[in-house]
Design a protein around this ligand. Structure first.
Ligand code: ARG
Ligand code: ZN
Length: 850
């Protein structure tokens, strides 16, 4: 059943303190709770005590020490309700003992086991699978936790207060909602360090891993210390406990979790060594460590009133981790990468049946709303706010937010109010960004006459599910003007679009200017603008805004590909020459040049075709992209060969931006030319590689070329390394010839190392096909669709959350031709008709079909 934002009611009872005792046992863990409740003056008149609880065996319950009988409460599959008449008064102590079986918990939500270790995932609604509790974020309380187990390491939130043989006790003084609760127990080893906060507090830092993984934690620890320093310098927020623990877990549904003082991570976002992790992996580790750490203030100290407000903590924290990375690495490169992600994942979501507001109005399963829209578009809204009010007002608003709302569970209204109070600006129109789904289009018209330039911008938002009509939003468009000679005559200024149509007039110009619009991607919109080839070439060569330089090149590449697709038009020599010039331009950073050389992905081209009013053919897109890649390789060969030689990052590996940029450019050069010598250089590169970035670059080229032995060689080298073997599964399928990809995926599901209960392994194999090999997934036979449907149905019985998430591979189905649509529709019907489907997957399939 759907839950609606409009139905929010405050809780009947608040909590003063919580005591939990765990007697850990794989098949029969006892959880004993002692909770002091107090009536909420703002609660409902009925005064009933409503506790969430799922899959719990209730052993006994007491109120103020008196045992309850079955007549004293109402128990359903999801709730335990004690009617007001059975409660002693406005404040009382609830005690309960329940039994749960972590060993049998394959959903990886609540308390579960991974490789003999106990761990938890409480967000969003996992705590109700641990004990009876008002499992909602607006109930915050200090927790005291006792863990009894023979395992050597026993961890929970907060500071450790005592410890002895077979037990440990933890106290978290900061009131928190249940979704931030965590417990870990296992045979773990620490990698330790310390940090002194700006207010002189000594903090012990530990990263806990399985024995043998200790030497892969250095980068994560360094990233943590840099995050703590940055947070103090930029947001003036310090850490607030004596200890900060991070645990790496192999079986985890998501990336990581910000539990207070005890962050739990998917091991792939903690463990790294040069030999086993790519530059990209290091980059992710840095950013996710930062993200979870930043949640300590934006999420934990100030949390969400209800799950509709998820973007309050996620959008803000993503924006903050983006700022951090911009400061640690190259800001323009980071911006381009973020926009690429946004367009690939969020624009795609916004354009299809799963489109929803950054703040949704309703949901069935909240886990289905941890989306690119809530996270990445949510971050874009904060970036726009900062641009609109200015850096200083933004900083003031954030300090006011921290002062005013520390310890509270808040809403988007609270968030916008601090900006309104600091700036005296009315943000009611801006708020539409939170309440309207869909990506706005901004259409551009230009007129130049007698030295006067008129720029007219018109905004529209296409209809999305349940939202046929849209109101204009506030769209900041950063723009500048260049002369036809490529000189910037008008530096960046911001036009705020508030009306459906806005015209800017600039006069006194000697010549027709070339506009550079939406600099830095100043708003998450689609710009409908078709500048001439010459204008784009000029921007590519001369714009002062690095984002728009890249964007100009990107749009030329997209247009080239679409023209090749439409009628086989060969790439224009000017395009290829421009690319060569950019690649060789030593005034540009290597990582920027690597990005400029990367072609749009097959999915981007498919979306480009849709935007151009065409029906995309994944098979043709794959072939065309390959042809363009080969053409570029041939045409740029001397430049690329020179880059390959010049971009040697040196003998000692470091994952920093400078070195990783060189590797990226070198590997781009390798990738574009590998077919020209039948893989000879790629093989030498593979064999000489002393790090995973280079090894994988060679591996990918050799797979493309069809080297018959390379997969086995890689396998034999890395068979014992879980994280590296995830890459092996993914890349083989992603680089398979489309007509062979599904069969290969099928074969690999029979491989002894394919453990489909491990989310990382499952995702590697399945998304190797659905994301990595679109032409294979969309094979005209429909085999790819049947493969995905079979596995979703199978996984759903064990792990609904991951199954639901993987179903988004079908979200673009309406893009394709009638035959493909019919094949997909049949699979969606088959999934929907499966007995006992989880609410998670059925909600997703219903929305995708609608
Ligand atoms: N709050 C976590 C983060 O963004 C994500 C946890 C999501 N987990 C889930 N089961 N929905 O850092
Ligand atoms: Zn987060």
């Amino acid at each position: 059943t759907a839950i609606h934002l409009a139905d929010y009611r405050p809780p009947n009872y608040l909590i003063d303190e919580v005591h939990l005792s765990f007697r850990l046992d794989p098949g029969a863990t006892r959880v004993i709770s002692r909770i002091r409740f107090r009536a909420n003056p703002e609660g409902l008149d009925d005064g009933n005590l409503i506790l969430d609880g799922e899959k719990l065996r209730l052993v006994e319950a007491r109120i103020d020490g008196s045992p309850l009988t079955a007549l004293d409460y109402l128990l359903t599959d999801t709730h335990l309700t004690v009617p007001a008449a059975r409660l002693p008064g406005d404040s009382f102590v609830w005690e309960a003992e329940v039994e749960i079986a972590p060993r049998d918990n394959t959903a990886l939500e609540g308390l579960y086991m991974s490789n003999g270790m106990y761990c938890t995932q409480s967000e969003a609604e996992g705590f109700r699978k641990i004990t009876f509790y008002p499992d909602r974020p607006d109930v915050m309380a200090p927790f005291t936790v006792r863990i009894e187990s023979e395992l050597p390491v026993l961890l929970s939130n907060g500071n450790q207060t005592s410890q002895g043989p077979g037990f440990a006790e933890w106290h978290d003084p900061w009131p928190k909602p249940a979704y931030l609760f965590a417990l870990v127990a296992g045979d773990l080893r620490p990698v330790s360090d310390r940090f002194t906060t700006m207010d002189g507090k000594e903090v012990a830092l530990n990263i806990w891993v399985r024995p043998g993984d200790e030497d892969r934690c250095g980068y994560a620890m360094d990233a943590l210390k840099r995050s703590m320093t940055w947070e103090e310098n930029v947001y003036r927020r310090a850490y607030d406990l004596d200890i900060f623990n991070i645990v790496a877990v192999d079986d985890f549904n998501m990336g990581a979790m910000e539990n207070k003082g005890l962050n739990i991570f998917n091991s792939k976002y903690v463990l790294a060594s040069p030999e086993t992790a790519t530059d990209r992996d290091f980059d992710f580790i840095e950013r996710i460590i930062a993200h979870e750490y930043f949640h300590n203030w934006t999420g934990n100290r100030i949390t969400c009133r209800d799950w509709f407000q998820l973007c309050l903590k996620e959008g803000l924290t993503v924006f903050r981790d983006q700022q951090f990375t911009e400061d640690m690495r190259s800001a323009p490169v980071k911006r381009i990468e973020d926009v690429l992600q946004l367009r690939t994942r969020q624009f795609r979501e916004d354009a299809g049946p799963l489109a929803h507001n950054v703040r949704p109005d309703s949901y069935i399963e909240i886990n289905n709303f941890y989306t690119a829209t809530v996270y990445e578009k949510g971050a874009e809204l904060i970036r726009m706010l900062r641009l609109l009010v200015g850096v200083e007002a933004y900083d003031q608003a954030l300090q006011l937010y921290f002062d005013r709302h520390d310890g509270q569970a808040c809403t988007i209204e609270d968030w916008l109010a601090v900006f309104e109070d600091v700036t005296a600006r009315d943000l009611s129109q801006f708020k539409r960004w939170y309440t309207q789904a869909g990506t706005p289009h901004v259409t551009v018209r230009e007129h130049f006459e007698d030295g006067t330039y008129r720029l007219t911008l018109r905004q529209t938002v296409p209809p999305t599910p349940d939202q046929p009509l849209k109101e204009p939003a506030v769209i900041p468009v950063a723009f500048g003007l260049l002369s036809p000679a490529g000189i910037e005559t008008h530096p960046t200024r911001i036009i705020e679009l508030v009306d459906p149509e806005t015209t800017i007039v600039i006069d006194g110009l000697a010549e027709r200017p070339v506009p550079s619009l939406l600099r830095g991607f100043s708003a998450p919109v689609i710009l409908d603008h078709a500048p001439s080839f010459e204008d784009r070439a000029l921007l590519l060569a001369h714009d002062t805004d690095p984002f728009n330089r890249w964007e100009a090149g990107r749009s030329l590449a997209r247009e080239t590909l679409l023209a090749m697709l439409a009628d086989g038009t060969a790439p224009a020599p000017a395009f290829l020459d421009g690319l060569a010039r950019l690649a060789a331009d030593e005034t540009l950073d290597a990582d920027f040049r690597a990005l400029a050389l990367a072609l749009p992905s097959e999915d981007d081209i498919a979306q480009g075709a849709v935007d151009a009013g065409l029906v995309p053919d994944p098979t043709a897109i794959h072939a065309t992209r390959k042809t363009l890649k080969e053409t570029i390789g041939r045409h740029l060969k001397p430049t690329l060969d020179a880059l390959y030689e010049a971009m040697d990052p040196g003998p000692v590996y470091s994952p920093d931006a400078g070195q990783s940029g060189k590797r990226a450019l070198r590997n781009a050069a390798l990738g574009l030319t590998a077919h020209l010598d039948a893989g000879e250089r790629a093989l030498a590169h593979y064999e000489a590689a002393d790090n995973m970035t280079d090894q994988l670059a060679g591996f990918g080229c050799l797979l493309d070329i069809g080297d018959p032995d390379i997969a086995t060689r890689f396998h034999d080298q890395w068979r014992d390394d879980r994280l590296v073997m995830d890459k092996w599964f993914l890349l083989q399928i992603a680089h398979a010839a489309p007509e062979k990809a599904v069969a290969l995926a099928e074969t690999l599901t029979g491989h002894p190392l394919f453990d489909w209960k491990n989310p990382n392994r499952f995702r590697s194999l399945v998304s190797g096909l659905t994301v990595g090999n679109p032409a294979g997934f969309h094979d005209p036979s429909g085999a790819g669709y049947a493969f995905l449907a079979d596995w979703l149905i199978r996984l759903d019985r064990l792990n609904p959350q991951t199954a639901a998430r993987m179903s988004t591979a079908f979200e673009t189905w309406k893009r394709y031709d009638a035959d493909r649509q019919a094949l997909i529709a049949a699979e969606l019907t088959r999934i929907a008709g499966t007995d006992g489907l989880s609410p998670d997957l059925s909600e997703m399939i219903a929305r995708i079909r609608a």
